[in-house]
Design a protein around this ligand. Structure first.
Ligand code: ATP
Ligand code: MG
Length: 357
């Protein structure tokens, strides 16, 4: 369970085996925000950690999904993971509903988390909007299931976009409360002074919150009704160029320094996208384009995006046509995930005091 530590300074933090978990909902077309904010990070982390990447279909049904569309989207997200460079042999790729321990642990966490904590979640407020009485109970409980997703593997690191920071922090609170509430039972069963790690969100780089192309105050989202608001990973070169050309901006030329992007959310967003795609800092983008009009910057950005995304789009299309392969990846990943999750769940049942056979 524990790994030997060579650096005493990090011993407390890493008494748990370091492990990465993250998920993406099959709720529609994957977009540039998912790619830059999450999936590119998933790919990089594969070299340093054991990673578990999940297509979170249980989360998807917190809002209504057409069954045939959901099936399609689960396969599409899986194809996107692989096309972006996730290796499903070295790491684990699967869909959440095939590992029932997620839902099982979520129930235990529903009994650990406090209503007051859930009431502070901004995603629920945004997604429920004015229709709060009429949204699903699942949408409200979403962060508790997300805590279970991470902690059923006792994962220590969670790469996510900025919008999910609050949920990972809630997962830490739930882990901490479980460890406290059951401290005596955890110790008595030989798990030391903490059963769950406190998972850390990994949120870095210039594109942790990619904004809508139509509104610099709103994040780019799968569920935004306007397709013009986002670059989908399935968009072709013409669609990308058109969406960037039409992207909302202001009339000023680009500033030469980052400070000049303050209070210019649309400009800041496009510069951030350029920086993330070119793997340079925003300051470096502005060194190159400071003083330029959007009429010059936008075509350069569109070219960069097309160069970056078109090989991925082509590979996604190829993989997506091969259902047998995708379903096999999910079956194999689920089977390996179940072994890990089963072990945690059996320990949790013992700690809580359930009788099991
Ligand atoms: P939905 O609107 O259905 O919630 P979504 O676009 O928010 O869809 P998710 O599946 O909820 O996508 O999120 C998958 C990952 O992508 C998460 O880590 C999330 O933080 C990240 N992400 C989503 N949108 C953005 C964005 N605009 N910028 C950066 N990261 C993002
Ligand atoms: Mg989301």
């Amino acid at each position: 369970m524990t790994t030997p530590q060579t650096e005493p300074a990090t011993a407390a933090k890493s008494a748990f085996q370091e492990k990465v978990f993250s998920g993406v909902q099959p709720t529609g077309n994957l977009h540039l925000g998912n790619y830059l904010g999450a999936i590119t990070k998933f790919v990089t982390l594969q070299d340093r950690y054991d990673c578990i990447y999940c297509v979170v279909d249980l989360h998807a049904i917190t809002v209504w999904q057409e069954p045939d569309e959901l099936t399609k989207a689960i396969r599409e997200v899986t194809a996107a993971f692989i096309a972006c460079g996730i290796d499903p042999k070295k790491h684990i790729v699967y869909n959440q509903s095939q590992v029932s321990e997620h839902a099982e642990l979520a129930w235990v966490f529903n009994c650990v988390a406090r209503l007051g904590w859930m009431n502070r979640m901004t995603q629920f407020k945004e997604k429920a909007g004015k229709d709060r009485e009429n949204v699903s109970l699942g949408l409200y409980a979403y962060p508790s299931l997300m805590a279970a997703d991470i902690l059923v593997y006792r994962a220590t690191h969670v790469p996510v976009g900025e919008d999910q920071k609050q949920h990972v922090e809630l997962a830490r609170d739930i882990a901490q409360k479980f460890n406290n509430d059951y401290a005596a039972s955890i110790a008595a069963r030989g798990f030391g002074d903490a059963f769950f790690p406190l998972p850390e969100p990994l949120i870095q780089g210039p594109a942790t919150r990619v904004m809508s192309l139509r509104d610099g105050a709103k994040k780019m989202s799968k569920s935004d009704p306007s397709d013009q608001s986002r670059i989908n990973l399935t968009d072709d070169a013409d669609a990308i160029a058109l969406k960037i050309r039409r992207a909302k901006t202001d009339p000023e030329p680009l500033p030469s320094e980052e400070k000049g992007l303050e209070a210019r959310p649309e400009a800041d967003n496009l510069v951030g996208i350029y920086a993330a795609c070119a793997d340079i800092s925003k300051a470096d983008v502005l060194k190159q384009f400071g003083g330029a009009q959007f009429s010059a910057f936008k075509p350069a950005l569109a070219d960069l995006l097309v160069a970056k995304l078109s090989p991925i789009t082509a590979e996604m299309r190829r993989l997506n046509a091969d259902h047998a392969y995708i379903d096999q990846v999910l079956a194999d990943g689920s089977q390996r995930a179940r072994v890990l999750a089963g072990e945690t769940m059996r320990a949790v049942k013992d700690i809580v005091g359930f009788v099991r056979s």
